[in-house]
Design a protein. Sequence first.
Length: 317
Amino acid sequence: MPRNKIARTGEDRMPRSIKPVRSLLLLLALVSILTPVLIESSKAFARQQDRAERARRMSVDAETKGLAEPFKGITTNGQLVPGLFGIRSSGVSTDPVRKTANAFLAALNLEQRQKTVFAIDDPEWRKWMNQSFYVRQGVSFKEMTEAQREAAFALMGASLSAKGLRLTRDIMRLNHTLGELNNNDFEAYGEWLYNITIMGTPSSAEPWGWQLDGHHAIVNYFVLSDQVVMTPFFAGSEPVTAASGKYKGTSILQDEQNNGLSMITALNEQQRKKATLQASKTGNNNLTEAFKDNVVLDYGGIRASELTKAHRKQLLD
């Protein structure tokens, strides 16, 4: 081939009238591929928005009904018992709780801090729910940085026993397992779908507290000087043991389950009959749960005074 001539490619030899046609065909092919993807993405987004709106409506409805009555608390007959719980020193310093709470708040940015801090007497104390759909207040672990999560766990570690912290963390992990079991639905279930709020200003003298709110894990932690009240409290999971997935082997509440079974079987027939309120469970038996602050719940079952010394030890254990 002469040096002054260059071989022409097939594209160079293609008539100019064909080039636009080929480009159009390529574009149409690309559109045919992307259109189903875009449609499905649009549908998924619409489903997500619909779920969020439905959760918001259900949350507002639960709060409206649950907060309609002023707070009274659980009673046996609807009447408060004056002086039932007194203010007294425990002799155990709560300084580590106060310091880690302040460190946690300092780790948040301004926007996060503004939605996390509430007044000490805010109804936020009553706004918790163990169900997954609830729209929660405060800052979630999902939006926290790793450093912020460490600060949050430091607060929980200073406030709870080692066993209590481990139980709470395992509940959070098992919520991830539940997401895996529901076709990897991590919008509804997940390890980090838990929120923290702070009520009042962490203080060594004035009342304040914090709340953890999420699916199957609720901690309300009130502090006054060196006295702590930790209620309402909820701990559970579904499942209680991860048989597969990221947290395979994680298991909770097995000791409590086994000890309870051991105790009920240790009672004699007459005691067991008195202690058993219902022989079969065919539905939801929750008597005290979210937004049932003023439930009237009379005594039931067998009195501890009727138990033997060995049975009372089992009860306390």
